[in-house]
Design a protein around this ligand. Structure first.
Ligand code: CA
Length: 238
C-alpha cells in the first residue's frame, strides 16, 4: 500500500446517517473513541447535502429515515460515481429489501438492534475491502493510474507526471465522485497538519497543471473545480 493510501485509512472518515438521536450520538461517540473522524446526519436530505460537499471512506446509512429513505440516498450517491463502501442499518429482515439494497450498491447490512462491537467489526471489514480501488491500478473512464509503477495512462498514451502530481491524482482517484477539499489535500498529500501558512494557492496551481495534463486535447473533462469547495474527479453524471 502506498503512503497516501495508508494515510487515508489511519483516521478513516465516516458519515453516519441515523435519525434516532440516541443511537446516532452513542455510535458516533464510540467510533470517535476508536479514532474515526465522524460526521453525522439526521435525515436523508442532510445526508445528501453532506455527501455533495465532503468525501468519506465509509458511510453507515440507516434505511428508514423521516424524509428520503436510505435507499434513495444510496442510489443518488452511486449515480454520481462515488465508490465509498456503504453499510446499511435496517430493522427490516425481508430478503427482498436486502436484495434491492445490494443491487443499489450497498456493501453490507446490519440488522437493528445491533451491538456496537459488531458495527465496528463490520466497518473495519469494509475498509479492508479493495472497494476504494486499493488494487494497484485505479481507473476512471479511459484514465488509469498504476500506483505501483506510478504511471498514468489516458486513452492509451502515457501522461508525463511529476511525483507530486501522481500523489494528487491517486488521491483524487481514490475519492472519485466525491469532493476533495484543499484541507484534505493539504493534510493527506502535502502532509501539512498546521495552517500557519495556507497552501491554497500552491494546491490550486498544482491542480491546474494536473488538469491540463489529464484533460488535454478535447478529452472528456474528468477533473472538476467546484468553486469555494474543492475538486472532484469523475465523469459528469448523465
Ligand atoms: Ca431510522
Amino acid at each position: 500500500m502506498t503512503e497516501v493510501a495508508s494515510e487515508i485509512l489511519s483516521s478513516p472518515r465516516l458519515l453516519l446517517v441515523e435519525d434516532e438521536t440516541k443511537t446516532r450520538e452513542s455510535v458516533a461517540e464510540g467510533l470517535r473513541l476508536e479514532g474515526w473522524t465522524v460526521t453525522t446526519a439526521a435525515d436523508g436530505g442532510e445526508a445528501s447535502g453532506v455527501l455533495e460537499r465532503e468525501a468519506f471512506d465509509l458511510i453507515v446509512l440507516d434505511w428508514m429515515l423521516p424524509d428520503r429513505d436510505g435507499l434513495a440516498v444510496l442510489r443518488e450517491t452511486r449515480v454520481r460515481g462515488v465508490q465509498t463502501p456503504v453499510l446499511m442499518l435496517t430493522a427490516r429482515g425481508a430478503v427482498d429489501d436486502r436484495v434491492l439494497g445490494l443491487e443499489t450498491g450497498a456493501d453490507d447490512y446490519l440488522a437493528k438492534p445491533f451491538a456496537f462491537v459488531e458495527l465496528l467489526a463490520r466497518c473495519r471489514a469494509l475498509l479492508r475491502r479493495p472497494v476504494l480501488g486499493t488494487g494497484p491500478v485505479l481507473r476512471c473512464g479511459d484514465l488509469q493510474l498504476d500506483t505501483r509503477a506510478r504511471v498514468a495512462v489516458r486513452a492509451g498514451g502515457e501522461i508525463p507526471l511529476t511525483p507530486r502530481e501522481v500523489d494528487v491524482l491517486e488521491y483524487l482517484l481514490r475519492y472519485q465522485g466525491q469532493i476533495v477539499t484543499r484541507e484534505m489535500l493539504e493534510r493527506d498529500v502535502w502532509k501539512q497538519t498546521h495552517r500557519f501558512t495556507s497552501l491554497d494557492n500552491v494546491i490550486d496551481v498544482q491542480l491546474m497543471r494536473l488538469r491540463k495534463k489529464v484533460d488535454a486535447d478535447g478529452a472528456e473533462k474528468l477533473i472538476h473545480t467546484l468553486r469555494g469547495l474543492g475538486y472532484r474527479l469523475g465523469k459528469e453524471p448523465a
